[in-house]
Write a protein that binds this ligand. Structure first.
Ligand code: HGY
Ligand code: MN
Ligand code: MN
Ligand code: MN
Length: 418
């Protein structure tokens, strides 16, 4: 093992089993620079889901899929009782890190395996059952919006709309999932509670020397799909006054998005991560550009002001570049907090086990943001080295991974006993 494992109650054997499974998971969709590419319903995602089903079944968990392909490993010790749903997502961004989401799914599974063994040995029957979950398409990179599987499970997104969503090649979610056997017909197991552990994807825990983040609320998000409409023209012969250059309009918007963040330093994060140019040809003025504009904010008043300024700029750019701009909000969520009793339960677990811990907000989106609107939900973080994420260089130290597993197991144990 690379580093010492300073885990309070996770045995060395359990830690090694976890790290061995994590190394195996990281082989699916592995990229040459140490990252992964396993976008929703891709070959790599399908292969890892099949491997994970085998792992769950080898530990006596029954594997089920709901109508949007969420994958569940069920342990039903109390027939008819609802479930503690613990897990995260295994799908990734195109060139991403090994830890984002995948760590939380595997830690959820190993926490459940540890509890199943413990309850079997002590002939204990918990009040609630356990459901390990791998949510479908949390990243929203192939199919927009993100957090798709948990949005359908919590009723935020109609399943028909989700299944009809197409990727940039025109393949729908339904078509991508149909041959895999992952499309169930049910709504998934009824939840009583939810727990998710995830890498922080920021620098706060590392800078503070804190091992466990107790997530108390999330930043708000507004994600726009923006279409800039111009007119195709010869990039040489057409005189400048006759042009309706969609790429020029889009470029003005990309620059504005960054300037907007600079107007609210530290409080607003913005980016345009995806941009499709049509016809994207060397000697042609672009007639259409589609881009995804992402705003994140810790203060809803600031976000409202930023959105208002953005809409003003849309109108200005239409005039300046002589183009048309239309936009839809593909996804948004507010700053709603996690239940304080869940934060308190997580704090007590970290204290009992002796790990440095502290409250933190999440800036990134997670499936637990959906789940906390349905049931009491606990969200935990472990540190990201240098805050690097959505990048093949993403890294979290082994002993932090195992410390997170330790605290997650304690949290799920207490939730399951009610
Ligand atoms: O949007 C998000 O923050 C998530 O990573 N999909
Ligand atoms: Mn994630
Ligand atoms: Mn992510
Ligand atoms: Mn996320």
């Amino acid at each position: 093992m690379a580093e010492t494992i300073g885990a309070a109650t996770v045995t060395l054997e359990q830690a090694e089993a976890f790290l061995r499974d994590f190394a195996k998971m990281s082989e699916f969709g592995a990229t040459p620079n140490g990252g992964v590419d396993r976008q929703a319903a891709s070959e790599a995602d399908i292969a890892q889901r099949r491997w994970f089903a085998g792992l769950l079944e080898s530990h006596g968990f029954r594997v089920e899929y709901d109508r949007i392909g969420n994958q569940f490993g069920l342990l039903e010790l109390m027939p008819g009782a609802p479930y503690v749903v613990v897990g995260s997502h295994m799908d990734s961004q195109p060139t991403a890190g090994r830890y984002d989401g995948a760590y939380g799914v595997l830690a959820g599974a190993h926490a459940a395996f540890r509890l199943a063994e413990e309850w079997r040995a002590e002939a204990v029957i918990p009040r609630y059952n356990l459901a390990v979950v791998n949510w479908f398409n949390e990243e929203g990179s192939r199919f927009v919006p993100s957090m798709m599987g948990s949005s359908v499970y919590t009723g935020v997104l109609p399943v028909g709309q989700a299944l009809a969503t197409t990727d940039r090649a025109g393949v729908s979610v339904a078509e991508a999932l149909a041959p895999t056997g992952f499309l169930g017909d049910g709504d998934g197991p009824p939840a009583a509670f939810c727990a998710e552990i995830h890498i922080e994807q920021g620098r706060l825990l590392e800078n503070a020397g804190t091992t466990i983040g107790l997530v108390s609320a999330s930043w708000a998000a507004s994600k726009y799909v923006v279409t800039v409409e111009g007119a195709q023209a010869h990039s040489g012969a057409t005189i400048m006054d006759d042009r309706q250059d969609a790429l020029y309009g889009a470029a003005l918007l990309v620059v504005f998005a960054r300037e907007l963040a600079d107007r609210f330093p530290g409080a607003l994060h913005t980016a345009v991560g995806q941009l499709d140019v049509y016809p994207n040809s060397p000697v042609v003025v672009a007639s259409e550009v589609k881009l995804l504009l992402d705003l994140r904010c810790a203060d809803e008043a600031v976000l409202a002001e930023a959105n208002a300024l953005l809409h003003e700029r849309f109108a200005e750019i239409e005039r300046v570049a002589n183009v048309g701009i239309s936009q839809t909000l593909s996804h948004e969520w507010g700053i709603n907090p996690y239940q304080p009793e869940g934060v308190a339960l997580a704090r007590a677990a970290a204290e009992r086990l002796g790990y440095a811990h502290g409250e933190i907000l999440t800036v990134a989106g997670h499936d637990s943001i959906n789940m906390k609107e349905m049931v009491p939900t606990v969200m935990l973080f472990v540190p990201s080295v240098e805050g690097v994420s959505h990048n093949e260089g993403e890294y979290t130290r082994d002993d932090d991974l195992v410390a997170g597993l330790d605290v997650l197991t304690d949290v799920v144990r207490r939730l399951a006993h009610g």
